[in-house]
Design a protein. Structure first.
Length: 403
């Protein structure tokens, strides 16, 4: 998930209070450990501000993973001292948080959620030689910051191609419309990737309709009316909470086009905002609760309410466990360069979200999940793994087998 920006304040007044509290009270922050027998790991996320609701699953996953590792004895005989640092939902706050992590002696950084935040943290981490793993920042530029930066999620390039391929090859869509938030690089980059592949495979994008963070309900209704008149086969809406609002208006207006989205739809607040009214739609994500792999089932078995588990949470668990693997391989809890080297050599790491191998940029070569939405409920459709060269042919072949 990349460069998400808060929208109209009324959305967050509705969505933040109960949902954030539910997630962040399931596992409380670990007690402070301050002696020399600890390894300090900084978790930089939004504990306050407009991004807090979308960051809550990540924090839940990190706390869960650290708690499990410490119960098992920690890393190389040292308990993990988790330092949760609030980035206050801004890039500037993220940079300040990263500098704080440096001062506190963090050996590694996990974070952030939003790519605009991760980009700010990555600059500091690279400068200071601190390995950083983002669980769900999908903007391509995050790992291009330098060789100390990694992620466990796919990029916007991959998910844009995947959804366009799915639209063309599985849904047989010939025409589409893009709905893009001009204040979100996430939406801009993802829509560009979708358009590029959709058109190169013979589809036609009829128009690109635009909105901004401060767009109100009336503006969304106007956009929906334009979609209805154009009668496209699909509508690609690479947004976040606002996508749910747009979809709600599409459902109530009788738009027949099938809505498609990216990983920004894979959160509870999307469904609360309007996704629950969707009769048929599709989005891509990193993991599904319907995943029957042993690691997925084992993790879900430990969770009291399985319906509260979303992809960002299990990606955060994978990020912590991958870091633990690298620390053990490097044989050090203090040398960031050796930990970085161990991360760069990761091949076939077995995570909850799938098997992870890093390419030369620190991006994972792993499965992409396509989810369907039927009568407001997300349902697993299929998975595929792009080959190491990201060949579009692999995406086409995978989409042909879906559904």
């Amino acid at each position: 998930m990349a460069l998400k920006n808060p929208l109209a304040p009324f959305l967050f007044k509705i969505l933040i209070p109960t949902w954030v509290l539910i997630h962040l009270t399931f596992i409380a922050p670990p007690p402070a450990l301050t002696n020399e027998k600890t390894i300090k790991i900084a978790a930089i996320f939004s504990l306050s501000g407009g991004a807090a609701t979308s960051n809550a699953p990540s924090i839940q996953g990190i706390r869960s993973a650290v708690q499990t590792l410490n119960k098992q004895g920690g890393l190389l005989g040292k308990k993990i001292q988790l330092m949760e640092i609030d980035n206050q939902s801004t890039p500037i706050g993220s940079s300040v948080a990263a500098e704080k992590a440096v001062r506190l002696g963090a050996v590694a950084i996990i974070g952030c959620n939003w790519s605009s935040h991760s980009l700010a943290v990555a600059k500091v981490a690279q400068r200071e030689g601190i390995p950083m793993i983002s669980n769900i920042s999908t903007h391509p530029d995050v790992t291009l910051t330098g060789n100390y930066i990694f992620r466990v999620c796919f990029t916007d390039i991959i998910q844009g191609k995947a959804m366009a391929s799915f639209a063309r090859k599985t849904l047989k869509a010939r025409t589409g419309i893009l709905l893009v938030n001009l204040n979100s690089n996430y939406g801009i980059v993802l829509s560009e990737q979708f358009k590029r592949y959709f058109e190169s495979s013979g589809g036609s994008i009829l128009s690109r309709l635009e909105y901004k963070n401060n767009s109100d309900l009336h503006h969304f209704q106007q956009l929906v009316e334009r979609v209805k008149k154009s009668k496209p086969n699909v509508v690609f809406i690479p947004g976040f909470v606002e996508s749910g609002i747009i979809i709600r208006e599409m459902s109530r207006t009788g738009v027949t086009a099938i809505p498609l989205g990216g990983d920004g739809w894979g959160f509870d607040d999307f469904f609360k905002a309007g996704g629950s009214e969707l009769k048929q739609g599709y989005y891509c994500t990193h993991w599904s609760r319907q995943d029957s792999s042993p690691r997925s089932l084992e993790y879900l078995a430990r969770r009291q309410n399985k319906n509260d588990v979303w992809a960002a949470e299990v990606l955060a668990v994978d990020a912590i466990n991958l870091l633990a693997h690298a620390v053990n391989q490097a044989g050090t809890t203090t040398d960031g360069s050796k930990i970085r080297e161990a991360l760069s050599q990761v091949q076939d790491f077995k995570g909850i979200t799938g098997t992870i191998s890093f390419d030369k940029n620190g991006d994972p070569i792993k499965d992409v999940i396509i989810m369907g939405i039927r009568n407001g409920c997300p349902l697993f459709q299929s998975r595929f793994n792009p080959d190491k060269n990201r060949k579009s042919r692999a995406l086409i072949n995978a989409a042909d087998k879906m559904l």
